[in-house]
Ligand binder design. Sequence first.
Ligand code: HEC
Length: 382
Amino acid sequence: MRMPLAIMTAVVAIAVWLAASAAQTQPGAPSTPATDPASPTAPASGTAKPKPMVLETTIDSVMAERIARQLIAASPIADPGDVKARDEAAQRLAACNDLLDAAGNRILWGGFNPDQGYDPDAYRLEVNSRDDYFQLTELNPLVWTKLYLSTFMFPGGFEVREEGRFTVLSMVARFRGTLDAGEYPYPFWHSPNKWTAYMNTDRLVFVFSSGRLVSAMRVSPNPLSLQLIKREWDTHWTWTDEAGHPQPRVTLFSYVFSQDNPHVGGLDESYRALEERFREENCLTCHAPDNRSRLNDLVLLNYPNQALVARRTLVSVLEYNRMPPGNAMAHEPNGIQDDEVLAELIRLARDFERKADAAFAFERLKQSTAEAAPTPTPAARP
Ligand code: HEC
């Protein structure tokens, strides 16, 4: 069973209190765990020596460790080109509610730069930032889990540690590097540096703060020590395969939502109508993976499911007519200047928001019904 955060907090509080009182009653003695078998913290019978109670145990570290074990069970090592293994891992990862609950409405994802550290704010470009600064992309947590996280396999090693005000879970990870192009969230190889970094990932770090997972980052060795790995790119972010199916396949709503989700068809229609307008209004010149305008917390609008994270801000940004950004020097105002076009975009954005919410609500209901059922889904609760 899943332990709600409130109970988890209470357990940690009791553990810390017990450790503190043990230390008080036995001054000078090495810190010993509670041994009373009736104690709620007594180790289950048959387990090895109980670990000494550590005062610094935080809610974040308890949560991080639990998430680590779930990820290892959900995405074990397989052949890096095995699509089925990846799809199954994606399904199991999406059932890790601790992870999704911790992430909330959005997660920031990107490459880790030791010079910038763990604080996501350090990945926001400022006027004096160096040109080669790493930036992060903002994603819906379910989308990130199914599309991005599932491209990694976890052989088992992990570590939880404090880094300043953050709790960091660092997990040994291997990238699935030999899948077909349509199995990746977008052609990462549009940039040989990025592809090389992905291919050489040795860890993923998950950054927690105050009970929330705020970002996840890939760690790879210093790029200067690596040989560039190139994969050919024809400059297209999207394409159709020989059977006429839109690609990348994993960016479609059908990859994120269940097969029986009745809202997927309508949501796709809604997105396609919006996408056409995004093209006409040049939104995709900035909101695409190459991030030419170096947006902080980049939001991708050129893929159906990656656009989901923006469903609320999209409505408000259009209602305030803030996009595309104007140019003060060229005396160009913010926003769309044609009222009819703007009204139509607002209408489409609201429709997209409503249908996306319905699709997510269906998934949540389905998940909670599955949880209430006597046989829980395998691997989700190791
Ligand atoms: C010249 C580059 C550029 C273009 C073109 C552009 N945007 Fe943006 N967009 C930005 C920047 C920069 C931000 C972040 C700063 C801000 O919020 O003002 C942003 C933020 C946003 C956000 C909020 C993202 C969030 O944090 O959730 C949305 C939604 C958005 N843009 C939609 C659009 C739409 C729709 C269009 C086309 C009508 C568009 N943008 C065109 C640069 C651009």
